[in-house]
Structures are given as C-alpha cells and as structure tokens.
Design a protein around this ligand. Structure first.
Ligand SMILES: Cc1cc2nc3c(=O)[nH]c(=O)nc-3n(C[C@H](O)[C@H](O)[C@H](O)COP(=O)(O)OP(=O)(O)OC[C@H]3O[C@@H](n4cnc5c(N)ncnc54)[C@H](O)[C@@H]3O)c2cc1C
Length: 573
C-alpha cells in the first residue's frame, strides 16, 4: 500500500489568528515559523484546512521548540486542535528545534480543519505539521536533509520561475534599500525590491521602531519620502512614518516590490552574480531574479555571502588601521582582532491602564533578568557576546532579550506603583546593528572620519560622532550584572565623507552594497551606521546602477570612468 504524506507549513496557515510569521532565523532552523507573541496572554488560534488524499490513520508530527529548556514548564506550550478536538500532546516542550510526536488521528473525509492553540502567550513557535500514513517514518531534522524533503513535499520546481526582467535587483528594504530602489527608478531603471517583511524601512519600520538620524546630505529629495520624525525609539509614531514610506514607494512605478519575499540564494558564474532566488515567507513559493547588477541592502550582507564576496566580521586589531582611543583602550579597539560586534536590541514599552492587572510568573526568564526592574526598554537594551554570532545565534540573541524583558517587567509588577502597568508593545523582530561587512575597493575607518579625509569619489557625507557600543558587563558599571545592557562611546569628528569605493564588492564584479554591510572596519561603521547616512549610500548605488546600464559597465567601471557623472547625479558639483 502506498504511503501518504502531507507537510503543512505553519506560516502558510490561511488564518494566522494572533500568531506572527517569523522569518528571521531561516538560515539556522530551516523555515519561517509561526510565533505566539502574546506578551504573556495566549493569542487567538491560527487555523487552516488541510486536504488529505485518502482517508485513513495518519501519524502526526509537529516541529516546535522549547525555547527555554529548564526546571520549569516550557514557556511556549501549545496544542493542536483537529476538527474541533484538542490533541493531548503538548508541543514546544522539547529543547531545540525538533519534530514532536503528536500521536495518530483518523481521517474520514477529504479535509480537516487544523488549529494551533497557544497556551501561554510567551512565544510558542510552530514550524510545520507533518501527517503520514507510515507509522515508521520520522521526518528529517537537519538543514541538509530537510531542504530537499520540503521541496519534494511542497512540490517546488527545481528551477524557480522567473520574476521578470530587471535592470537592477535590490535585496533588503531598509532605508538604504528603499533609497537605492528610488534612485535607480528616478533614472528610468526597472527595479526589483526584495524585502522579507510586509513593512518597509528595516529598523525604522513599525515592526522595530527606531527613528532615523544622521544628515540627508545631498539626498534630501529622496530621503524625505522614507525617513521618520524624531519620536522616541519604540513609539507607535513609527506607524504613520511607515505608511508615508509605503506611499512613497508605491508612487515609484518602476520599482516592483516583492514584500514578504526572502532572498535565499545567489547563482554565480565566476565573479558575477547571475541570479537571486527568493522565497515567499508564507506560501513558500520561489522566484528567480536576473539582472546585470545587484545591490545588497540586507544588513547582514547575505547576497555577498552567497556569492562568495569577501567580508569581515568582528573588530580589527587596533594597529591595522590605527584606530585608537587611549582613554578607552580595548573597549574601543583590541590589540588582537576578535569577534565582538555591536549587539541586537528588542525595543519594548508598557502603559498604565487605570486598573490593576497580573503578569504571570516567568521563572524561565529570571536567570537573565535577575533583579532588574523596568517598564520599558530603549536602545541600550542590547545583547552581544563574543561567543554569540549575530547571524548564527540570532534566534538565541532575540530570545535572550525577550527573557530580559519579561523578567524585568515581572519584577516591576511586584512593585505597588506598577499595579496598573501592562505590556503595550514588545518587538519580536530584533533590531540589528552589526554583522557582516562586505569588503570593497576601500575599507572605511576611524581615520577617514577623524582626519576628515576627502575623496574624489565621495558620494555620501555625515557629521555624526563615531558611536560604538560595548556591553556594560565588560566594565565595573553599576549595571554590570545585566549582560543585556550596553553603553555607547562617542568620538566627535566633524564632517566626513564616504567614497564610492566602499559601496561595491572587491571581488564580485556586479555587486554593490549599501547599509550597514558596506565596506568598513568595526570602528568605521560607528559613524555612518545611522539610517540617513546609509540612505545616502543607497542613493549612490541606485544612481550607479543606472550608469552601469548606460555605459554597459560594472560598479568599478563607474568609479574608474564615470565618477563625475555619478557625483553630479547625486548633487555634487
Ligand atoms: C535599537 C537600535 C537603535 C538604533 N538607533 C538609531 C537611531 O536612533 N537612528 C538611526 O538612524 N539608526 C539607529 N540605529 C542603527 C540603524 O538602525 C542601523 O544601522 C540601520 O537600520 C541599518 O540599515 P540597513 O538598511 O543596513 O539594515 P536594516 O535596517 O536592518 O534593513 C535591512 C532589511 O533587509 C531585510 N532583509 C534581510 N535579509 C533579507 C533577505 N535575505 N531578503 C530580503 N530582505 C532581507 C531585513 O528584514 C531588514 O528589514 C539603531 C539600531 C538599533 C538596533
């Protein structure tokens, strides 16, 4: 008898209820997933109808994770409801991403309604549900085995269909990516903008809520349509600014937006990118994007990584670029290179409701939060550690911050003055500051800023101090017992300039980058890493893409032969 197998990706559920689609960690665990982010209150059920090819007895498997294993009830427990009947097993109770055995169900008709029922509101997570008539089949759990298995069960073709013809493909719709797309479109290019979330703006979006700072430089006309006003980080005023950004992007008819599409691999031929594949974060469908030029605005430098571009991660030794601040010694720059980078933050806040409310005990959060008491978290709620990689350990880093938040809020709720406080908003998309930095023909460093070096290929400018963070637990700071608190060091500089050579890859011919993955040292990132400066970089790459087309050349060719024309498009005389 033939075996029947059905794979239902949780993120593809027709109704998400209160569950959120979380695509941030696909590289680590294999897929977007659904997250029950209820800030301590169980979220409404997610629901979908599953078609079965044949009636029969089906074995049920659920891929889930106990995100804080320990001597307590797992924080993110949930159950499966099948045609109104709650299955007995509790999911989210085994450490790490694992397939949990859900027992067997009898299927009589052609379809069943399946629901995810959250039990805690504390970030339970479900990747997928697998039904099989073969009681011996155990679904694969390694990234290597799962990828072809998913492709087969989801019926994905080996070669994704074409997304269309483009002059340039921009991956990542933060401020840098939006600016790059708008500049290229202004020059008449057909642009694809691939962004893995529904909302544009990266850290400035309503999902993360960081306000844009820096100067507009020569990019005011473009940046004013996508920037923010100066609300407090984490504020709901990010929502109207996100809407403004979307109106601006929607008005750019030459930019085809692929929102909710995550770039997932690059095809190469020698030192050229030939195509990018992207996968939809809910449907799992794939598309292939081809263009002569690509711009990596993913922050994490993903396109460069897949294409084999040289990149850096961590801090340079202080004498490599003579990046020294005697007063701060190794907090600023180390004698030997290390893997320290600025951390990721999860912004959050609460409000006074006027009536007393409880907040559940969170024993699984307390070894992170300790005795910290707080009702909101600003930029300095930040986590970085030398042994935690901002990309490889991204899920653990986000989760560490969630524990810090829930634990600190629980402590606050024990104080009478916070009896009426209730969590209002806790991000679940982490705001990142630093990871891969793709190496270009020039690496931007401290001295470029402090000596205010001028370049004949300057394409962006800034006046903001170099601002590099370290964790408070590295010093004898009053809050050194909390590993999720950071401190900023500000080195004043005056006006500085960024050359175009930092915005294209040294070894991948048709790759440019704008945003925090531009070519710089760890300290070199400290000044220009704010969003308006990065937006200026985006504009430069968008215009450069137009010159690549006009002169049938590469980004390096633009630098060597058409730099005056590029600078003049940007607004330099
Ligand atoms: C808490 C915090 C406070 C800060 N304070 C300020 C401040 O006050 N003002 C300021 O201007 N800057 C501030 N910064 C720094 C600034 O936010 C970042 O340096 C900046 O957002 C980086 O811009 P980016 O466009 O490179 O990346 P992002 O803003 O991260 O945007 C990149 C986008 O690409 C998307 N993406 C990633 N991978 C893929 C993929 N494979 N396919 C498709 N899309 C993808 C991501 O979802 C992301 O939205 C702060 C940062 C943090 C975390």
């Amino acid at each position: 008898m033939s075996c029947h197998e059905i794979l239902v990706e949780a993120e593809s559920f027709a109704e998400k209820g209160g569950w959120k689609v979380d695509q941030q960690f696909v590289h680590g665990m294999g897929s977007p997933y659904l997250l029950a982010h209820g800030m301590g209150k169980p979220v409404p059920n997610a629901k979908t109808t599953v078609a079965f090819p044949q009636p029969g007895i089906y074995h049920v498997w659920v891929r889930a994770k106990n995100w804080v294993p320990g001597d307590w009830k797992a924080p993110g427990r949930f159950q499966l409801v099948v045609d109104g009947e709650v299955l007995a097993p509790l999911f989210g109770t085994e450490p790490g991403w694992n397939w949990q055995d859900g027992g067997v169900i009898g299927v009589a008709g052609a379809e069943l309604v399946v629901e995810l029922q959250d039990l805690t509101g504390f970030d339970g997570r479900c990747d997928a549900i697998f039904f099989t008539t073969d009681s011996d089949t155990v679904p694969p759990n390694t990234l290597k085995e799962m990828a072809p298995w998913r492709d087969r069960l989801l019926g994905r073709p080996e070669t994704p269909p074409s997304a269309g013809e483009f002059d340039v493909v921009v991956a990542g719709g933060g401020i840098a990516g939006c600016a790059a797309a708008l500049a290229a479109e202004k020059q008449g290019l057909a642009v694809a903008l691939i962004h893995d979330r529904p909302f544009l703006g990266g850290n400035a979006s309503q999902e993360i809520r960081v306000h844009t700072i820096g100067i507009h430089g020569k990019g005011k006309a473009i940046l004013e349509g996508i920037d923010t006003v100066h609300w407090p980080n984490g504020d709901a005023a990010a929502i109207p600014d996100t809407e403004k950004r979307h109106r601006t992007m929607d008005a750019a008819a030459g930019v085809k937006q692929f929102l909710g599409w995550r770039a997932c691999s690059a095809g190469t031929n020698g030192d050229q990118i030939t195509s990018l594949d992207a996968e939809h974060i809910e449907t799992g469908k794939r598309l292939r994007f081809a263009a002569p030029v690509f711009i990596d605005c993913t922050g994490d430098g993903w396109i460069g990584h897949w294409a084999g571009a040289e990149y850096r991660y961590g801090r340079e030794r202080r004498d490599e670029f003579d990046e020294v601040w005697e007063e701060h010694g190794a907090l600023w720059s180390p004698e030997r290179p290390d893997s320290r980078v600025m951390g990721a933050s999860v912004l959050w806040n609460s409000h006074e409701t006027g009536t007393p409310s409880d907040f559940p005990e969170v024993p699984w959060a307390m070894d992170v939060a300790g005795d910290k008491t707080a009702t909101a978290g600003e930029w300095y709620w930040e986590f970085s550690a030398n042994d935690r990689h901002q990309i490889g350990d991204a899920e653990a880093i986000r989760d560490h911050m969630l524990r810090a938040i829930y634990g600190s809020f629980y402590n606050a709720k024990q104080q009478p003055e916070n009896a009426n406080a209730e969590l209002l908003w806790v991000a679940y998309i982490a705001g990142k500051r630093e990871s891969r930095r793709i190496v270009g023909d020039y690496i931007y460093t401290q001295k470029d800023m402090t000596e205010q070096r001028r370049f004949e290929d300057t394409v962006a400018e800034e006046t903001r101090a170099i601002d590099v963070h370290y964790q408070r637990n590295l010093t004898d700071h009053a809050e050194s017992k909390y590993d999720f608190m950071s401190e900023a060091l500000f080195m004043k500089t005056g006006e500085y300039h960024i050359p175009f050579r930092c915005l294209y890859s040294k070894n991948i011919e048709n790759l440019m980058m704008a945003g925090r993955c531009f070519s710089c040292s760890h300290i070199g990132l400290g000044g220009p890493r704010v969003m308006l400066t990065l937006g200026q970089m985006g504009i430069a790459t968008g215009f450069a893409a137009a010159l690549c087309k006009k002169h049938a050349t590469t980004p390096r060719g633009v630098r060597e032969n058409h730099i005056k024309e590029l600078r003049s498009l940007i607004g330099y005389t």
